[in-house]
Design a protein around this ligand. Sequence first.
Ligand code: SF4
Length: 462
Amino acid sequence: MTQDTSVADTATAPKIGFVSLGCPKALTDSELILTQLRAEGYETSKTFQGADLVIVNTCGFIDDAVKESLDTIGEALADNGKVIVTGCLGARAGEGGGNLVKEVHPKVLAVTGPHATQEVMDAVHLHVPKPHDPFVDLVPPTGIKLTPKHYAYLKISEGCNHRCSFCIIPSMRGDLVSRPIGDVLGEARRLFEAGVKELLVISQDTSAYGVDVKYRTGFWDGKPVRTRMLELVQALGAMAAEHGAWVRLHYVYPYPHVDEIVPLMAEGLILPYLDVPFQHAHPDVLKRMKRPASGERNLERIQRWREICPEIVIRSTFIAGFPGETEAEFETLLDFMREAQIDRAGCFAYSPVEGATANDLPGAVPDAVREERRARFMAVAEAVSTAKLEQRVGATMQVLVDAAPAMGRKGGTGRSYADAPEIDGTVRLLPPEKASRTLKVGEFTRARIVGTQGHDLIGQPI
Ligand code: SF4
């Protein structure tokens, strides 16, 4: 059944032809897509020839419906050439094992399965850019960003399924809700296309991505993709490579499946940088904290990560003086820090947060002891970090420039793969040796590391 979805053409807005085939569920999908198209300022076209692009919402239920859908796609391709396919047939495999629609009509621009408004809109934006009306649009196409233009945070989920005893985030934000993978990848693409050179993946628990939806299969670029950390990282890494950009992972817990991500770092697909909030090393303290992955053998895991990817940089945060922490438990933490050689570590003296269950635990550590332990921890952490930084002297590193007054003629500041913005150190760039050489914010430069300064490296652009 074909629905008439045409509306009046206008002279300026891009026009989309739309054919809706199939059952009422498909019709609802069509309505959602059409509503979104109209909300964004697109018009629909009555004819294939008069459109800038055609969307065919297909049905794959019975053979006749499949034939009707494939014929309609063929017609749209012949009359217009730019065709996006969505709906049930888009999810079907062909005889060759690939996507059926792509096998029959390799020229279609994108194929999605059903219920994929965002993926369809992403494909539309890619091929017929969204009309921008500065009087109506309150936000730029990439949304409002508070970061500089060259890096951006990509939030993949909200909330958290854990109940760490010192934390009240779950009571404020609820359980984990993962964003659909198509939405996440669509946002990533828009950010890369807008010039972002470093994408920072964030959430409350990045390694749990997709747990809440049982790793449901979503759609991206016409292909099924599971809502899972590995698939997400693979797709982000591939997209970043196309744009010469970096992907950095934050808030990753040391679950066994994280081991699958480290080889992607060794291959250079994403930055060999892991932000893992360990919080402590003694198993009893971790249990009292109710930390996720508290039963994991973290030292062995870190050693294995370093075997797979020797250049991996690990950042972490810790808490000293948690209720009931004994001197021996604290010493375990210091030993862990020395052995694990955490590249970048921060430490807080435990401070009770109103509403946290840890407040009711026995054995509160006196304020002065908490502070003294924090200082002892930081002394060890800084010794590890300084030794690691010194090992970099003489190396050449890729640096993303964050600041470069006077085109970098007086030097500038940047970061290597080992430095996340705001929380880690920087690479202080010396003025380039050649007068003609400039530095630009948001561009990469190679730098020879010539020294260290506190938490920072000093680099000579080459
Ligand atoms: S600290 Fe624990 S409970 Fe709080 S957000 Fe992180 S994992 Fe979830």
